[in-house]
Each structure stands twice: as structure tokens, then as C-alpha cells.
Design a protein around this ligand. Sequence first.
Ligand SMILES: Cc1cc2nc3c(=O)[nH]c(=O)nc-3n(C[C@H](O)[C@H](O)[C@H](O)COP(=O)(O)OP(=O)(O)OC[C@H]3O[C@@H](n4cnc5c(N)ncnc54)[C@H](O)[C@@H]3O)c2cc1C
Length: 370
Amino acid sequence: MAATSDILIIGGGIAGLSAAAALSAHAKVTVLEAEEQIGFHSSGRSATMLHYALGDRLVRALTLASRDFFDNPPDDFTDVPIGRPMPVLIFAREDEREALDALDADIAPFAELERLDAAGVHELCPLLNADAVHGIADRRGIRIDPHALLQGNLRQLRRSGGELVTGARVATIAHQSGVWSVATEHGEVHSAPVLINAAGAWADVVAGIAGVRPIGLEPKRRTIITFDAPAGTDLEHLPFAKTVGDELYFAPESGRLFASPMDEVPSEPTDAQPDDYEVALAAFRMEERTVVKVARIHSKWAGLRSFTPDHHPAVGFAEETEGFFWLAGQGGFGLQTSPAMARIVASLITGEPWPVADIAPEQLSPARFG
Ligand SMILES: Cc1cc2nc3c(=O)[nH]c(=O)nc-3n(C[C@H](O)[C@H](O)[C@H](O)COP(=O)(O)OP(=O)(O)OC[C@H]3O[C@@H](n4cnc5c(N)ncnc54)[C@H](O)[C@@H]3O)c2cc1C
């Protein structure tokens, strides 16, 4: 049977769509997404920041390699801005100063940081409690518009003749004579010599369906609440503010504030829903570290952040199975690293030059979990 595409991608989140867009210049690409809309799971539920307090050195290098894309978006991404400037403030109490020093040193090679004293911290974020006395600020943070980013990738894919099929939950996968045949729950069959597994929290499930060894992916739930800011708050100029430890972050959100208690609750791959405990914890920590009273929660949601055993993404062909390509484990940094990750995928599949000098392909290879 002749293949219907050159490359099939399972998953219409930011991972699958950005890879599809990058590959569509070289090959006929089809993306299969289980839901009726793109970005329904993690990609549509994030905190949408580009900042360097996330992850470790490798994640920061991927973020830095993606930065130019957000600063100078290609043509398909200019209809609606894919990001807007928002300063990032990491704040600390006196007893957290050492941790702030360490983070400052870790981030310094990647971003221009400003060290702030108590006055500087409160000038940038007047909502903080008086015990916030140290800070580091990155004035060049970016608040990403995930929908504009997803749509830009989709536009680029379609312009190059690629296709997105929604409502296409992959149910069976077979490999015969070098071709992957994938059938959806509705019985529609797609085939290609290369199959990319960009199924987010479901990536190990999809590998299981294909008979490929899983990588030990761990989805973890994270919760966000929104609520009113105190009357008179200048929301326009508020930063994305984060405790130096992983306890709390908050930022302006559509005329209100959002906050997360930075929970990491292990979960099955699922349509994640907020739990009462983490919702209450978000409100509690907001009141503990700021002058804000969370009188009423306006909205709440949860999403999954999926981690490999070493918390670095898995990108590359499975060792033991021809044509099966992993693109998983983007944890809490999948939006901000998607431009570099898409170029990495294109390099590994088409032989284009390797795009990130500071990272070697072996550091991302799924073979490290063999
Ligand atoms: C609360 C929260 C805050 C975050 N904050 C940030 C942040 O500030 N900055 C940042 O960069 N990142 C952030 N992230 C992380 C980011 O959202 C993720 O890393 C990224 O969205 C992962 O993208 P993905 O495409 O792998 O997954 P998803 O968006 O989940 O896409 C995977 C897709 O695969 C589909 N799928 C699964 N199984 C099948 C199947 N059998 N057939 C067909 N389709 C299938 C699913 O329906 C899904 O749409 C945050 C995440 C959360 C939850």
C-alpha cells in the first residue's frame, strides 16, 4: 500500500504543530489530533511565560535558542502577536537570599538580569508583602499568546500543503514493510514511513499502542486560579512574579490576576481538572506572600506537565524501531522552547544542520532511557 504522507504526527499541541510546520517545507506532513480543537490539553492551559527560571541549563539553552523566533516572528506568525513584553521578577525573603544568589548565577549566562533591593522589588511589584526584600528581574520576559503561536504553526503547515485532522484519536498502529499504518477510532487509516509521537501526556500510551518501549514519562498536574486584583492595581505594568522556591507565581491575566501554587501532582494522562486542595493552596500562598485578598475565585483550571526521568525532553528516533520518532517530555517549558525544538526535529529527520550549538543530539535522544 502506498503511504498517504511522508510524515505522520500524533498530537496537535504545540510540540506536534511546531514540528509539523518546520517539516512541511521538506515533506508531506499530516497531524492527527484526538480532540476537535488544537491545543486543548497542556498547550492551551499553561502560564504562557518565556522565562529562564524554568528548568536547568539545557532547558535555558533551548529557551535562548528559541528567543529570536519570538523577537522576530516569521511571516505566518505576524497576524496576531505571538508574545508581548512582560518583565519577570523572582523575589525572596531574607532567609531565601542564598537560593536567590544561586538562581541568579544559574540564569546569568542566558539573560540580562538586574539585582533588586527591597525598594526595587516593590517598585516593580507593589502587590508583594514587606518581607519580599531581594529580587532579580529580567525586563525582557515574554508573555506568549499560545493560540496565536498554535495558529501561526498551523498556517505555515497548511501553506506548505500539510494537513491537520482533528477528532482523529489514534486507536491502532501497525508497522509493515517500512510503513506505519495508523487507524483512528473512526476507522480512518493514515500511513507514512515516519511516525512522530507528540502525544503530550499520552506519549507513553501511544508508544505502547505502537509496540515501542515507553520512556517512563510522568505527567504532573499543575493548577491555576484567577481572581480580582485590589482596586486601583496597575495591571498593565505588573510583572510575572515568582517566589525563588517553587511555591507560587502570579501575573496579570485578562483584567484580573492569575496564580499557581506550582503543584506537581502525579497524574494519569487525562483531561486534568483542578482539585479543591490546590485551588485553596493557590489562594493561601497568594495571601501569604502578597497584600492581595482572594475574596472570590473567578476561574480555575489544571493542565499536565509531562517529564522524562531526567526532566529533559526526549527528541529523536527510537533505537529499536525504524521510523518511530519521539517528541515528548516538554515539562513546564514546551511553549517557550517550541521554536528550537521544531528546528531540532527538522534537523534529525531531514539532515538539516544541527541548530543548537550548546546541546548535543545525544542529550535529547530517547536512547538514554533504554
Ligand atoms: C499550568 C501550566 C503552566 C505552564 N506554564 C508554561 C510556561 O509558562 N511556559 C512554557 O513554555 N510552558 C508552560 N507549560 C508547559 C507547556 O504547556 C507544555 O510543555 C506544552 O504545552 C506541551 O505541549 P505538547 O504538544 O507536548 O502537549 P499537548 O498540548 O497536551 O498536546 C498533545 C496532544 O496529543 C493529543 N493526543 C494524545 N493522544 C492522542 C491519540 N491517541 N491520538 C491523537 N491525538 C492524541 C492530545 O489530545 C493533545 O492535544 C505549562 C503547563 C501547564 C499545565
